[in-house]
Design a protein around this ligand. Structure first.
Ligand code: NAG
Ligand code: NAG
Ligand code: NAG
Ligand code: NAG
Length: 402
């Protein structure tokens, strides 16, 4: 069965690749198509080759256009396929409020359940062009509107895009995934700044849902749906948090002998994890929401790798699973639907190298050089560690073992 599905996936990939090739050709005729309705005031010739280019086209002009720039929802309306959710009319499921088990829940779980049926929201910032061409690895990072400094540090370090992944492999591209500001007072000020940032870097996907902890699962399914629409030929995805250290050289080396068709899902995998029933814990889950004693195997959301073909199947699998407030557990549930087991790799330290926060290892560049993903660093720490790892570092073999 899974073989048949894989073949379908392959042929779908192939036919979509054709469609995209046509779309790329069309876009090459109208490079600013994705900014439809807001053409750049001074179209520069390099834009044609680099629509995501990180350079600024007349910065002053941006702030004069007060409205309209942030809504790129219909940007890809001429594409054969595009984001098809254009209104968010999500009303609370009041059916629940009459039930006693619901009334007994903590308010945050009540809010989660009231809106659990609202699965997809419109896009505020989109980049349909991001996956065009030969993209080998797409790096996607969960971010929130106020954490601009983290995005900046990542762009300067492990999130830097490259035209070739080496060994004849295609490009490495980077995207940040965002919702809307969770606090009302942040919304007005930050939204325009975010649109400006996106104008500079062209690397932000934003959907019209509140960026809250329990809505991280929405981010997961929105990205998978987006990927299924716009990225038919991307081979691999790295998905991570904005407070991790990633070693792209090691990631690419790890992927070198992997095939995009295999069911690759690798990270810091937890097996037989039990739902936390302590109400003071951030990850507390009441029995009414999940009654089984164990979660399915899942990879810590700090950073994991998956194959593009699997991501497309995962999108459809997730559509059959009710939303769960913990996003990495939710993905484990989707994998379970597909019968795919996430693979553990010791190079993913999404729970930190050492549980002891003060451990010397957490500051040791030689460890970072030998790892794939390490949790967790502030932007300044990330920049400093990146500098150290990329200096003339002499590491003993013993240190590299771990
Ligand atoms: C949103 O939903 C409500 C109730 O379901 C309905 O009355 C209203 O017309 C809808 N609005 C839009 C813009 O679809
Ligand atoms: C609420 O209950 C009604 C009647 O049983 C049902 O038609 C409707 O779909 C329910 N609403 C939601 C959001 O589940
Ligand atoms: C998730 O986002 C939606 C849309 O903005 C919002 O209505 C809902 O309350 C949010 N849910 C949580 C748990 O924050
Ligand atoms: C590293 O060493 C090489 C040769 O040993 C030298 O050319 C280079 O400048 C050094 N780089 C740094 C950042 O010190």
């Amino acid at each position: 069965m899974s073989l048949g599905k894989r073949n379908i996936c392959k042929s779908v990939c192939l036919s979509l690749a054709l469609v995209v090739a046509v779309a790329v050709f069309q876009r090459s005729l109208t490079p600013s198509q994705f900014l439809e309705g807001t053409p750049p005031p001074t179209p520069e010739p390099q834009d044609a080759q680099n629509p995501t280019g990180g350079h600024l086209v007349n910065p002053d002009d941006f702030w004069k256009r007060s409205k309209g720039l942030v809504t790129l929802t219909h940007a890809a309306s001429q594409e054969p396929q595009a984001w098809d959710v254009t209104t968010s009319n999500c009303s609370a499921n009041v059916n629940l409020t009459h039930q006693s088990w619901f009334q007994a829940l903590e308010p945050r779980f009540q809010q989660f359940l009231l809106y659990r049926h609202c699965r997809y929201f419109p896009m505020l910032l989109n980049h349909p062009e991001k996956c065009t061409g030969d993209v080998y690895l797409l790096v996607v990072i969960k971010s929130v509107i106020t954490q601009h400094d983290r995005r900046e540090a990542i762009r300067q370090t492990w999130g830097r895009e490259r035209e070739a992944a080496g060994g004849g492999r295609g490009a490495v591209r980077t995207l940040f995934l965002l919702g809307t500001a969770s606090k009302q007072e942040e919304r007005a000020h930050y939204q325009q700044l975010l649109a400006y940032e996106d104008r500079l870097y062209g690397d932000i996907l934003q959907w019209d849902f509140l960026d809250s902890f329990f809505n991280l699962t929405l981010k997961e399914i929105h990205f998978l749906k987006w990927f299924d629409i716009y990225c038919p030929n991307v081979r691999f995805i790295f998905k991570g948090d904005d407070d991790v250290y990633v070693n792209p050289t090691n990631l690419l080396e790890f992927l070198a002998d992997r095939r995009p068709q295999e069911d690759l899902f690798v990270g810091d995998v937890l097996k037989h994890a039990k739902p936390i029933r302590n109400k003071d814990n951030k990850y507390y889950i009441p029995g009414a929401l999940y009654s089984k004693s164990n979660y399915p195997p899942y990879a810590g959301g700090g950073g994991f790798l998956m194959a593009g073909c699997l991501a497309r199947r995962l999108h459809h699998a997730c559509d059959t699973v009710e939303l769960f407030p913990i996003d990495d557990v939710f993905l484990g549930m989707c994998l379970e639907v597909l019968g795919v087991y996430p693979a553990a790799h010791t190079g993913f330290k999404t729970f930190g190298i050492s549980r002891n926060r003060n451990s010397r290892m957490n500051k040791e560049p030689c460890f970072f050089r030998s790892m794939l993903v390490v949790h967790k660093l502030l932007p300044t720490e990330l920049l400093a560690m990146w500098g150290l790892v990329h200096s003339n570092l002499t590491c003993s073999r013993k240190l590299q073992m771990l």
